[in-house]
Ligand binder design. Structure first.
Ligand code: PLP
Length: 395
């Protein structure tokens, strides 16, 4: 029996995994068990933002691992205190609740919005309005908020209190936000939905609707946050500020971690006993997250993100078979002339480039924010070769 057969016999078959086993990473590079080398332009779905085996993160998390790993939220720990101060200062939001991943950060946001609405308006406002083609997680409540009927349909009944409207249609949002609404929830760039950026004018209009109707605005920055768009938080380049925001993926460069940030008045809707987590805010992921922020600041990774974004978008645009590039910062998708994304992604992997077919005609790029100009050029040329091969195989 091969290791793949053994694995597929014992893992719950919830994923169609690619038969590659990675054993080591270094910056933008990954190495598999056969010693093959790959340029990683996916980073485990926008997670490993400061590069694989980042020395500063390894040192910080490693030192913490030998010092103190867990005490629970019944007590304080220094990395948590430091990270809370840092994130609130950088986001302009006042308080933070540490969760364990994107879904648990969003669960926190949804519960906080409901609690806030209940205190302010009584029991009549509890609904969360989100967008079609959004992605907010796989727990039952975050799945109910996720605007993808295909992912929802086999799990009914889902928790009530969620509805979706088409993204980009401000009138639909205006109509959906009514006397039952506690909050709207949206991504500034829909990651899983195909790397679709919502316009600044739409987002600002959504903010205005929330203000006028006394409804909270929640930004799910789980994928687009922590520097991915060239701003530490994605809304910072878009002319508005949410009441609640969630981050996760890149926070601790691969250690499981999430956070829900909120304005003072909103955050204070929670009192002792209203919400909790055993692991959230643990000293090890918090130390790693502090090291990630140090890397972003000291190496000007937001600046690098913006420069490499321009280079990658221009390079991909001029590849034969690519009809457009969309997204923000280093969360980009190459839009193909045909539905070749699965074939190209497979061929790219054989050529040592990790990308992802986020749509039948769209390939997602989310490289480390540390990627150099030369590595970006290499990624473009490997992608061009993979696409050319896939088009030839098609004809
Ligand atoms: C990945 C993702 C989530 C879910 O995060 P998990 O850590 O997988 O629970 C939620 N929202 C967005 C926008 C995401 O991209």
């Amino acid at each position: 029996m091969t290791w793949i057969e053994a694995a597929d016999r014992t893992l719950v078959p919830a994923y169609g995994r690619t038969p590659v086993k990675f054993i080591r990473g270094d910056g933008v590079w990954l190495y598999d068990h056969e010693g093959l080398e790959y340029l990683d332009c996916l980073t485990g779905l926008a997670v490993v933002a400061v590069g694989h085996a980042n020395p500063r993160v390894a040192k910080a998390a490693g030192a913490q691992l030998s010092e103190l790993v867990h005490v629970s939220n019944l007590f304080y720990n220094q990395p948590m205190v430091d990270l809370a101060a840092r994130l609130t200062r950088l986001s302009g939001l006042d308080r933070v609740f540490f969760a364990n991943c994107g879904a648990t950060a969003n669960e926190t946001a949804i519960k906080l919005a409901r609690r806030h609405a209940q205190k302010r308006y009584g029991n009549k406002r509890y609904e969360v309005v989100s967008l079609l083609d959004s992605f907010h997680g796989r727990t039952l409540a975050t799945l109910a908020a996720t605007g993808q009927p295909a992912k929802q349909q086999t799990f009914h009944p889902l928790p009530p209190g969620f509805r979706q409207v088409a993204q980009g249609d401000i009138n639909a949002l205006e109509d959906a936000v009514d006397g039952r609404t506690a909050a709207i929830l949206l991504e500034t760039t829909q990651g899983e939905g195909g790397v679709v950026p919502l316009s600044a004018s739409y987002l600002q209009a959504a903010r205005e609707i929330c203000d006028r109707k006394g409804v909270l605005m929640i930004v799910d920055d789980v994928q687009a946050g922590m520097g991915r768009t060239g701003h530490l938080f994605s809304w910072q380049g878009l002319g508005f500020k949410p009441d609640i925001a969630t981050v996760a993926k890149a926070m601790a460069n691969g250690l499981a971690m999430g956070a829900c940030l909120a304005r003072e008045k909103v955050a204070n809707a929670f009192g002792p006993g209203d919400h909790g987590t055993t692991f959230g805010g643990g000293p090890v992921p918090c130390s790693a997250a502090l090291a990630v922020l140090d890397e972003i600041e000291e190496r000007d990774l937001l600046g690098n993100c913006q420069e490499r974004s321009r280079q990658l978008a221009e390079g991909l645009s001029s590849v034969d078979g690519v009809v457009g590039v969309r997204g923000r910062g280093l969360l980009l998708a190459a839009i193909l002339e045909g539905d070749w994304a699965a074939a190209v992604t497979g061929r790219a992997l054989e050529m040592g480039l990790v990308v992802n077919n986020v749509r039948p005609n769209a390939v997602r790029f989310a490289p480390p924010l540390t990627i150099s100009a030369a590595e970006t050029a290499e990624a473009i040329s490997r992608f061009a070769a993979a696409l050319s091969d896939s088009i030839s195989a098609e004809n």
